[in-house]
Structures are given as structure tokens and as C-alpha cells.
Design a binder for this molecule. Structure first.
Ligand code: AMP
Ligand code: TRP
Length: 332
């Protein structure tokens, strides 16, 4: 039995090293395994749960697709499409919002974080966001969903919705998906503060490596990255008390496919500046080819639109059959 992989990324601007190591690198490995059927969705309906500038949104959708392809996802092998073009997502989200309970959604920590103090002013979409995410997954009978650790709770909610739907309607129609959460690198931290996640919404561009950065920008950002005054750590235990060192060592080891242990051994007791030179080098080697390819692809908009068009057709084919079955079960 092939695994059915589904995941989504929001088209909300510059994707960064955290997105790459926490999600996209993993997507590429899943795409390369012939035992998997993969679907990667650009979740534009999720993006508008907060304000978006329409022309920017359009560009960001294409840029997200370009990033997928530049990173190594093969559009001939995996389905790449944008959520808004397959209407079954919105339809299923409505039906599942009648299955999900207020009490379940009230527990979602991401809503609490994103809505902040003034919940009254948050959109209803931001609140029901995980229900749409459940629709995305359940429409394709996904067996495995690769996500960052922050999405674990939403996956649980998706399973609860599937189970309640099956129980309420006495069917076995919806498959309960398993999360695929990486143990290491599921949280790449800001280059300026080892206690904060690297994020596209951080006001300082120096806090992150964007996948479209140039060589000089990468070198400069690593040079300016926060460290502590000590030499490079000599044991893994030491890392727990030194978050910035831990983050930089984690990034190095992930990009060079070395274990943390071996990375620590290699640089133990050395100056940070020496390590930073090596780190910049692996980053440049990895990110610059991706960055160049993204820029090249963004000059070939018709190619990107063609990929989305083909992907949407394939997604539509699967999702329309599933929503038809759901309609019948519900009694429409
Ligand atoms: P988002 O940009 O929030 O839609 O996230 C897209 C994917 O990247 C999700 O799977 C996130 O969990 C992952 N991601 C985002 N930021 C980071 C980070 N700093 N470290 C690791 N993974 C991340
Ligand atoms: N909520 C996810 C995030 O912010 C994106 C997402 C939407 C998703 N639908 C999905 C991820 C379905 C996995 C499966 O990262």
C-alpha cells in the first residue's frame, strides 16, 4: 500500500530557512520515495484569515510553487495546486464545521496566539482555520501529514472530526491521518534570539535566512547572528544552556547531513568565527542554487501557472469524488 502524503504551506511571503529545514526538505524526501503519493497544497484560503494585499497574494502563490520546485519537488511526480481552485475544500470545510464542536476549537493554542489580546476583532476564518485544514486532509484520504510541531494539535482535531463524522453517520468513509513530525529541526530559531522561532513575520530581516537571499546577505546574516561569549561547545549537554549555539549547530548539521554529535565534535573548543565561516559556506552551497532557481522560475510565470493548472485538475478529480460521497452520506 502506498502512503498518501498531504501537506500545505501558506503563501504569505518570503519562505525562509525554517520553512526549508522544518518542512520543504522533508517534502522533497517524501516526493523522492516511490512508496508515496504526494500532494502539496498552497493554502491560499488559509492565507486570507488575516489581511492580504490581493496582488501580493497572487505573487506569493506563484513564489511558493517556485520554491517547491526549486527545492526539488517534481511536479510530474507530486500534485502541486492551490486550495482556492478546488471548491470541494470550502464545501467540506462547511460540512465539517457542523461536525466540529466549539469546545474543541476553543482549545486551539495557535488561534489564541494569532488572535492575541483582542479576540473580538479576529476573523471567524482565523478561528475555524483548523476545520478547513481538516477538510484539506480528509478530502484526499491522506494517510500521513508532514507538518511542524506547531500543527500537532490541528492534526488531532482533524482526527477528532473524522472520527465524529464516521460515528455520527455510521460510516467508515473518512481516514484518520497520522502526523509526520520531525524530531529534530522542527523548530529553527531566530538568528537574533535563540528563544524565538525563525519567522517571516519578524520585523528584523537579520533574524532569518530567506530562500531568495543573495550570497552576501547570507554571509552577513551569519556574521551578525547572535552567539554567546564562550568558545564552541564541547558536549551535547552544553547545548541545552546555550540556545543560540544549539540553533546554529542544528542548522549546520541538518544542511550537511551530519549528526549533532559529530558537528559538536568537529568544532569543539574552536572560535565561533571559524564555525560561522563553515556555516556560511554550507548555507551558500545549499541556498544559492535554490534562490537562483526561484528567481529563474519567477520569470517563467506561464510555466508555474501551467503546473498549478495541471495540479488543480488532478486534485479536483480526487476531491470532487470524495465530496460527492460526503454529500450522499449527509443526505444532500
Ligand atoms: P507557515 O509558513 O507557518 O505556513 O509554515 C510552513 C511550514 O514550515 C510548516 O510545516 C511549519 O511548521 C514550518 N515552519 C515554519 N517556521 C518554522 C521554523 N522556524 N522552524 C521549523 N519549521 C518551521
Ligand atoms: N496550517 C498549516 C500551517 O500553518 C498549513 C496547512 C493548511 C496544512 N492545510 C494543511 C498543513 C493540511 C498540512 C495539511 O503550517
Amino acid at each position: 500500500m502506498k502512503k498518501k502524503i498531504f501537506s500545505g504551506v501558506q503563501p504569505t511571503g518570503n519562505l525562509h530557512l525554517g520553512n526549508y529545514l522544518g518542512a520543504i526538505k522533508n517534502f522533497v524526501e517524501l516526493n523522492n520515495d516511490d512508496n508515496n503519493d504526494c500532494i502539496f497544497c498552497v493554502v491560499d484560503l488559509h492565507a486570507i484569515t488575516v489581511n492580504q494585499e490581493p496582488s501580493e497574494l497572487k505573487n506569493n502563490i506563484r513564489e511558493t510553487v517556485a520554491t517547491f520546485i526549486a527545492s526539488g519537488i517534481n511536479p510530474k511526480k507530486s500534485i502541486i495546486f492551490n486550495q482556492s481552485q478546488v471548491s470541494a475544500h470550502s464545501e467540506a470545510a462547511w460540512i465539517f464545521s457542523c461536525v466540529a464542536r466549539m469546545g474543541w476549537l476553543n482549545r486551539m493554542t495557535q488561534f489564541k496566539e494569532k488572535a492575541g489580546k483582542d479576540k473580538e476583532k479576529a476573523s471567524i476564518g482565523l478561528y475555524s482555520y483548523p476545520v478547513l485544514m481538516a477538510a484539506d486532509i480528509l478530502l484526499y484520504d491522506a494517510t500521513h501529514v508532514p507538518v511542524g510541531d506547531d500543527q500537532r494539535q490541528h492534526l488531532e482535531l482533524c482526527r477528532d472530526i473524522a472520527q465524529k463524522f464516521n460515528n455520527d453517520y455510521k460510516v467508515d468513509e473518512l481516514k484518520l491521518p497520522e502526523p509526520l513530525i520531525q524530531k529534530e529541526f522542527s523548530r529553527i530559531m531566530s538568528l537574533k534570539d535563540g528563544s524565538k522561532k525563525m519567522s517571516k513575520s519578524d520585523s528584523s530581516d537579520l533574524s532569518r535566512i530567506n530562500l531568495t537571499d543573495e550570497k552576501d546577505q547570507i554571509i552577513n546574516k551569519i556574521k551578525k547572528a547572535k552567539t554567546d561569549p564562550l568558545q564552541m561547545p564541547s558536549s551535547i549537554e552544553e547545548l541545552e544552556k546555550r540556545p543560540e549555539a544549539k540553533n546554529l549547530i542544528g542548522i549546520f548539521s541538518s544542511l550537511s547531513d551530519l549528526t549533532i554529535e559529530n558537528t559538536v565534535k568537529e568544532f569543539s573548543g574552536k572560535d565561533f568565527s571559524k564555525f560561522k565561516d563553515h556555516l556560511s559556506q554550507v548555507l551558500v552551497d545549499k541556498i544559492i542554487p535554490i534562490s537562483k532557481e526561484i528567481k529563474k522560475l519567477l520569470n517563467e510565470i506561464s510555466y508555474i501557472d501551467e503546473i498549478l493548472f495541471e495540479g488543480c485538475k488532478k486534485a479536483e478529480d480526487i476531491a470532487s469524488k470524495k465530496i460527492k460521497k460526503i454529500h450522499e452520506i449527509v443526505g444532500f
